[in-house]
Design a protein around this ligand. Structure first.
Ligand code: DC
Length: 220
């Protein structure tokens, strides 16, 4: 069974999707981490970000390993390194590259093969797994997403203001929405969860409810 969770940046997808996978005893796949890992590798190896052929070659040569909680490049755990502002700023070059998308989508399908998985990203229920048995579109208002991000960064001593974060987020939302292939869209058959008024635990509860209803329907 595939549970595909899509939604905009800052909707809290990764943490609630991971928690959902644990509750269901499914594997978990954070596809954003894959795009981040390719971006990090391109920056580290100084592959020109506007050279789509070189980027596609790079992806072919990468030894990426994903567990439910970590991502490894060759022998290095890059789980923290992929979350820097520099990686986030440059990710669009990787996410816009059609060959890279095709390769990462194939890798995602390989990983999902023959097991139960919760996968999260932007295009999981639309482009990568249109046949997924359960699709959830997890979203929250731009103001609430930026507020959460601001609180998180403030506790780590960020110099950024709430307005800076809202502006950066709007730019990412626009890039994600305008991407012609793999852009953020709500699948027609997705259940929408709006998390503004919900705690993370309530979001996981709601998503578990959706999945269990779906499983019951499949059995009947
Ligand atoms: O979920 P995230 O913020 O870690 O994702 C980082 C970027 O990767 C996001 O802005 C767009 C891209 N991405 C994508 O194009 N397709 C996916 N399935 C997941 C992420």
């Amino acid at each position: 069974m595939i549970v595909a969770i899509d939604g905009p940046a800052g909707a809290g997808k990764s943490s609630v999707a991971r928690a959902l996978a644990r509750r269901l005893n499914f594997r978990f796949l954070d596809t954003g981490a894959m795009y981040r890992a390719v971006t990090l590798a391109a920056l580290q190896r100084q592959v020109p970000l506007d050279d789509s052929y070189a980027l596609a070659e790079l992806v072919r040569s990468l030894k990426l390993r994903l567990t439910d909680d970590e991502i490894w490049l060759d022998d290095t755990n890059i789980s923290d390194l992929i979350r820097t502002p520099e990686v986030t700023r440059n990710i669009k070059h990787i996410a816009d590259n059609l060959q890279v998308r095709a390769q990462l989508s194939a890798l995602q399908r390989n990983i999902a093969e023959g097991g139960c998985i919760v996968t999260e990203g932007r295009d999981q229920g639309t482009a990568v797994f249109p046949q997924a048995e359960c699709k959830i579109f997890l979203t929250a208002s731009p103001e609430e997403r930026a507020r959460r991000r601001y609180e998180e960064l403030r506790s780590r001593g960020t110099p950024l203001t709430y307005d800076d974060i809202l502006a950066q987020q709007s730019e990412r939302d626009q890039q994600d929405a305008e991407r012609p292939v793999g852009g953020l869209r709500q699948a027609e058959d997705a259940c929408v969860v709006v998390s503004d008024e919900l705690t993370p635990a309530q979001v996981v509860d709601r998503m578990e409810e959706i999945v269990r209803e779906r499983i019951a329907l499949m059995k009947s």
